[in-house]
Write a protein that binds this ligand. Structure first.
Ligand SMILES: NC(=O)c1ccc[n+]([C@@H]2O[C@H](COP(=O)([O-])OP(=O)(O)OC[C@H]3O[C@@H](n4cnc5c(N)ncnc54)[C@H](OP(=O)(O)O)[C@@H]3O)[C@@H](O)[C@H]2O)c1
Length: 299
């Protein structure tokens, strides 16, 4: 039942509620352990009159992250911002300004609601990102760089700016070498992480991260990394933001190996959100089309 004393929710109020829920989770507390305006209270709301339209949209987008409880199984949200023709950057690796400011703000919100933000070695090397929550109120997640070949420069911001804890993930066999580069406290060596094919076993990495208390994982890119998570069945949700731009011969987004007939291709349940000039597809990679209130789109 909706408590009558609570004011209508605008985005600012909702965001404070989100941060409260996530801080409780990170501290290992149930949401109801906290002060007023708890998660439990929020359950009384519906996405109706009491919410601004913007707050309602934000809530439905981030609810899956808020639903995670301390100690629950690893859960993964991926994201890619891409052009109309499916590229996430130019061939040379420039991904700036594909998406507009609204999508950027959304990425920072997702970082703030996750335990860890993960990028592949190419993104860390080419973009030299900070991976912080500087555009929103909220705590930085742990920054994770998948760098099995140890090619990301130790001078990169993530390893040198001390803005948030950072972990370079590599095979345990190269842990000492990695520690020499970026310091032992910034290395997570995982036994049998890489097979003879050079592919990182995403589940082994997830288990190692869970051992550090990192279970709600935000995979921010690039395309190779997100694709590996999907191929190995390790992604629960994907936010695909499509911008009205065409990039000639750029770096690909999703790349999956199957050559299936059209009828066998995945058609995950999804919702659409306008983000400025971009369109965000929220894809539920676990649910069947009939569940979770999501409808498959059709043309
Ligand atoms: N538009 C966007 O949303 C967005 C987001 C992020 C990045 N980007 C852009 O994307 C480009 C980089 O993306 P990318 O797809 O080329 O590369 P990427 O995903 O950033 O990094 C791929 C590399 O990470 C390592 N890696 C990650 N997961 C692995 C796995 N499961 N198995 C084996 N190796 C794994 C490998 O490093 P080694 O090859 O060293 O072994 C692999 O080559 C940059 O230009 C960046 O600007 C765009």
């Amino acid at each position: 039942m909706k408590p009558e004393t609570l004011p209508p929710l605008d985005v600012e109020t909702l965001w404070r509620l989100c941060l409260h829920v996530v801080r409780q989770r990170r501290l290992g507390k149930a949401p109801q352990d906290g002060p007023a305006l708890t998660w439990e209270a929020s359950q009384g709301f519906t996405l109706g009159d009491e919410w601004s339209a913007e707050a309602g949209e934000l809530f439905s987008l981030v609810k899956p992250l808020l639903d995670r409880t301390h100690g629950s199984a690893p859960w993964v949200l991926g994201q890619l911002g891409q052009s109309l023709n499916g590229c996430i950057a130019t061939r040379g690796g420039d991904a700036n300004y594909i998406n507009g400011a609204e999508v950027l703000l959304h990425l920072h919100r997702l970082r703030a609601l996750s335990d860890a933000v993960i990028v592949g070695a190419a993104t860390a090397a080419l973009d030299n990102p900070q991976l912080t929550t500087r555009r929103v109120e909220g705590d930085n997640p742990v920054r994770v760089v998948i760098d099995p070949s140890l090619r990301v420069p130790p001078s990169s911001k993530v390893f040198s700016d001390h803005a948030a804890p950072t972990l370079l993930v590599c095979d345990a066999e190269r842990e000492a070498e990695a520690a020499d580069r970026v310091g032992a406290d910034q290395v997570l060596g995982v036994p049998r992480l890489t097979g003879s094919d050079g592919i990182v076993d995403v589940r082994a990495m997830q288990a190692a991260l869970a051992g550090r208390g990192l279970r709600v994982l935000f995979v921010e890119g690039g395309g190779v990394t997100v694709s590996h998570f999907m191929r190995q069945g390790c992604m629960d949700r994907l936010h695909l933001s499509i911008a009205p731009v065409v990039i000639g011969d750029g770096r690909p987004g999703l790349s999956l190996p199957q050559d299936l007939s059209m009828g066998d291709c995945a058609r995950p349940p999804c919702r659409l959100y306008r983000m400025g000039g971009d369109v965000l597809w929220d894809l539920d990679l676990r649910a069947s089309a009939a569940s979770d209130g999501m409808a498959s789109t059709s043309t």
